[in-house]
Design a protein around this ligand. Structure first.
Ligand SMILES: *Cc1c(COP(=O)(O)O)cnc(C)c1O
Length: 364
């Protein structure tokens, strides 16, 4: 029996997600320590103390199911951003939400639009539900929103936009997104995936909750995995109009967010100092990456995220392999159709120094 023959049609064209290489795996393979991992856009400052305290206080409370409505976390999000609790949907990481949007609004033969080089979860979700993928060729590695508009037809149900985008770091301004939303029919839902928004300078950052007032078909997706440092716990949230949120919450698994993730998220939502420190390090270290690339004639895609993607203009896999032997894990993105690029997460100063030294050695 070949079980692939009875799997959902769309699943036949899927390949497993290629995650960043774990530190422990490289330690085992090479027998080395002091490895620096700049591969998964994780928070280089480690797990926030505020969340650690919240977890310790809950350790005796794990016999009970979590609050299925996430009351406390919705309150915290509501207070922080001035949105109503009935606009919020919580997810087991924002990946869970990205999947939920498709399950709720799209089905077989419906069309879903996203960009070439956009976050890999969009094609994954689209194919898993047998929807039709409309992948719009990128413009300068980023979203071609005019191309998106031309692709909209009667079958279009959902549009995914990552801003900033991963793995390219491209950024759309508020005016560009506003102008786009203004031309999208109200019956088409637009997901604005803002997993990296905290890394964008305050004056450039989109006021996306403001856009939500104007566009009822907008769904904003946020993550606590990056700037907030909770990647291992899995927690994210979506903000939409209340009717959309109600539908999402019908489809959502009742206990999709665990007790420790919920209390940690409440703690870091109030920990502005932690997020500010993370964003500040990213700002100064990103400038060092740009200067390094310019100094050594390396082409990179300007990024508003916590990572930078470098174009080596030749297959990057051997460079990735050689960096591993130097104890530095970065991310090959051939799976995104970018075999000449490597994506490097911005780390702490000494981690970035190690990458700079290793790369120069590897490039000779
Ligand atoms: C990292 C990332 C996410 C966040 O994923 P989580 O499931 O919240 O950890 C979402 N979208 C993009 C574009 C990302 O790069």
């Amino acid at each position: 029996m070949q079980y692939i023959n009875i799997a959902n049609e769309g699943i036949k064209s899927l390949s497993p997600y290629q995650a960043g290489k774990p530190i422990e795996e490289l330690e085992r393979e090479l027998g080395i320590t002091n490895i620096v991992k700049l591969a998964s856009n994780e928070n280089p400052f480690g797990f926030p103390e505020s969340a650690k305290k919240a977890i310790q206080a809950q350790l005796d409370n794990l016999t009970r199911y979590p609050d299925a409505n996430g009351f406390e976390l919705k309150q915290a999000i509501s207070q922080k951003f001035g949105v109503q609790p009935n606009q919020i949907t919580l997810g087991n990481g924002s990946n869970d939400l990205l999947e939920l949007f498709a399950h709720t609004f799209a089905g077989e033969k419906d069309e879903i639009i996203y960009s070439q080089y956009a976050f890999i979860v969009y094609p994954l979700v689209t194919k898993a539900i047998n929807a039709v993928a409309r992948e719009i060729p990128a413009k300068d590695w980023g979203h071609d929103l005019d191309g998106f508009l031309k692709a909209i037809n009667d079958k279009t149900k959902l549009i995914y936009i990552a801003n900033p985008n991963n793995p390219t770091g491209n950024f759309l301004t508020e005016a560009e997104v506003d102008n786009f939303l203004n031309q999208v029919p109200e019956r088409v839902l637009v997901v604005l995936d803002e997993a990296y928004t905290e890394f964008t300078d305050a004056k450039e950052r989109l006021d996306s909750f403001e856009l939500l007032q104007k566009y009822p078909n907008l769904i904003i997706s946020r993550s606590l995995s990056k700037a907030y440092g909770l990647a291992g716990l899995r927690i994210g949230y979506a903000v939409s109009n209340p009717e959309v949120a109600d539908l999402l919450n019908r489809v959502r698994q009742p206990f999709n967010c665990n007790v420790l993730a919920l209390v940690s998220a409440v703690a870091v939502m109030k920990d502005d100092a932690f997020v500010a420190k993370v964003a500040e390090n990213n700002r100064t270290e990103m400038a060092r990456y740009e200067a390094f690339c310019q100094q050594h004639g390396l082409e990179y895609i300007p990024s508003k995220g916590n990572f930078i993607t470098i174009n080596f203009k030749r297959p990057a896999q051997p460079i990735y392999d050689a960096l591993l032997r130097e104890g530095v894990i970065v991310r090959p993105i051939a799976g995104y159709g970018m075999p000449n690029h490597l994506r490097v997460s911005i780390g702490l100063p000494h981690e970035n120094d190690k990458f700079f030294t290793a790369l120069l050695k590897v490039l000779g």
